[in-house]
Design a protein around this ligand. Structure first.
Ligand SMILES: Cc1cc2nc3c(=O)[nH]c(=O)nc-3n(C[C@H](O)[C@H](O)[C@H](O)COP(=O)(O)OP(=O)(O)OC[C@H]3O[C@@H](n4cnc5c(N)ncnc54)[C@H](O)[C@@H]3O)c2cc1C
Length: 421
């Protein structure tokens, strides 16, 4: 018998919530806007090429999640080796530990500025820009992460707080920087040694076991919620009532669906920042276009911040004898978004130069837009998200997932927000 628990969104968080509630005897119903499940961890197919929605690997640290993922879909384990493209040079990641390919003059500027970098302030970092300068020095900050921040986060580093970085970026010491300036280092400085990816079925197959048996109603975009009558209205005019409501939708969208949401809550939601972005997906008739599992691009005049190779994640992602690339082009949610055809053209032309392929090599090309990619830690994020989440809680709506908790969560962390409900 139904306990009338409704879950909004069939991404990793929503499917995890449904699975764990079913494990305890419940029978939730999931309503999903799209025609398929997986959310940001889903994929699309183009003539035999599979593209995830942005680059995805798993590095879940806890046994429970790892075992469940692995039992759903056995994985390849890739060493976390990636590249950096910078003004015609290829540097192993992280760039400051591997400066060897750069010209002597530039290495000298980076290293002298690194030695003269400001000390960390005793009273905490004012912003992310200050954090970068104390870790890397001014020259490197201005030319590498400073530029990259605009490309990846759509904001200047000074417009972001610093606490979110916590362990995600390597802070080198002088010996490491010097060693890497003479020769590329073999040591891995990434936050995880291995990146796992399913052998078959794309990234979302990690959740196949959880998804099996879950009641998901597709093509059901929630547009209105009335907490007083516990009623959700969908875009097609149908409605559902609930005894319990759990949402993995962006909290910025949730407040717009509630007619009598207070003005201060709406203002807090309006102050939040996030990135949206294009995925430019290219499939090639050749097996050898993709050279890096993923790489970062620091040049401001090349649209993508990051490019990855679906066929190197798993050969199951391409037809035999083929390879593929997907480039990620991000914007702040308040940016004017450039035309898709322009971005597809400009990205393809730049990638032709840096990855050495021609139009004749391209078997499929595609561009699609994600309205929500990363939540951004602009100043005030923590305070504003608490105002919004507290309000939603007060009207009986539990929020989970990356956009429900409004946190920079990896997929296993989004999955974990669906446990214990
Ligand atoms: C560029 C990028 C790279 C990433 N790389 C990695 C990685 O390498 N490893 C990793 O572990 N994690 C990675 N992540 C993070 C990972 O994608 C997220 O943590 C995870 O997908 C969040 O799952 P979720 O269920 O919380 O949200 P979502 O996946 O966004 O799920 C929300 C669901 O709600 C649905 N929905 C939205 N609006 C409505 C509506 N009105 N009505 C009904 N349904 C609606 C959506 O269609 C979606 O299915 C990456 C994310 C990005 C953006």
């Amino acid at each position: 018998m139904s306990d009338n628990t409704v879950i909004l969104g069939a991404g990793f968080a929503g499917v995890s919530a449904a699975y764990h509630i079913r494990q305890r005897g419940g029978s939730p119903v999931v309503y999903e806007r799209d025609a398929d499940w997986g959310g940001l961890c889903g994929f699309f197919m183009l003539d035999g090429f599979r593209f995830d929605r942005f680059v995805h690997f798993t590095f879940a640290p806890d046994d429970y999640t790892r075992d469940l993922f692995e039992a759903s879909s056995p994985t390849y384990s890739h060493p976390s080796v990636s590249g950096n493209y910078y003004h015609g040079h290829w540097l192993k990641h992280p760039a400051q530990n591997n400066l060897a390919p750069l010209a002597t003059d530039e290495k000298v500027k980076i290293i002298t500025d690194f030695i003269a970098r400001p000390a960390a302030p005793a009273d905490g970092f004012k912003n992310y820009d200050q954090w970068l300068r104390t870790q890397y020095g001014n020259y490197f900050t201005d030319n590498f992460p400073g530029v990259y921040t605009r490309k990846y986060w759509g904001l200047n580093a000074s417009d972001m707080e610093a606490a979110w970085v916590a362990g995600r970026m390597h802070s080198p010491d002088l010996a490491q920087v010097l060693r890497g300036a003479f020769e590329t280092q073999s040591e891995n400085f990434y936050y995880t040694n291995f990146m796992k990816y399913p052998r078959h079925g794309g990234f979302r197959s990690l959740m196949d076991k959880c998804r099996a048996g879950t009641d998901i109603r597709f093509n059901q975009r929630a547009v209105q919620i009335d907490p007083a009558t516990r009623r959700i209205t969908f875009a097609d005019g149908t409605a559902a009532t609930y005894a319990r409501l759990i949402s993995s939708l962006p909290i910025t969208e949730m407040v717009k669906m509630i007619a009598d949401c207070p003005a201060d809550v709406r203002a807090a939601a309006d102050a939040l920042h996030w990135t949206c972005g294009y995925q430019v997906s290219l499939g090639f008739r050749r097996p050898d276009v993709a050279k890096y599992l993923w790489f970062y691009i620091y040049d401001a005049d090349i649209p993508p911040a990051r490019v990855y190779s679906p066929n190197l994640k798993s050969p199951d992602n391409v037809p035999a004898g083929c390879s593929s690339l997907q480039a990620e082009v991000f914007f702040d949610c308040r940016d004017k978004i450039p035309d898709a055809n322009r971005v597809l053209h400009d990205t393809t032309e730049k990638l032709k130069q840096i990855c050495n392929f021609t139009d004749a090599d391209i078997a499929v090309r595609d561009i699609r837009f994600e309205p929500y990619a990363n939540i951004t830690f602009a100043h005030g994020t923590r305070e504003n998200r608490e105002i919004v989440r507290n309000y939603l809680r007060s009207v009986g709506i539990e929020t989970i997932g990356r956009f429900g908790t409004w946190d920079y969560l990896w997929s296993h962390q989004a999955f974990n927000t669906g446990r214990g409900l």
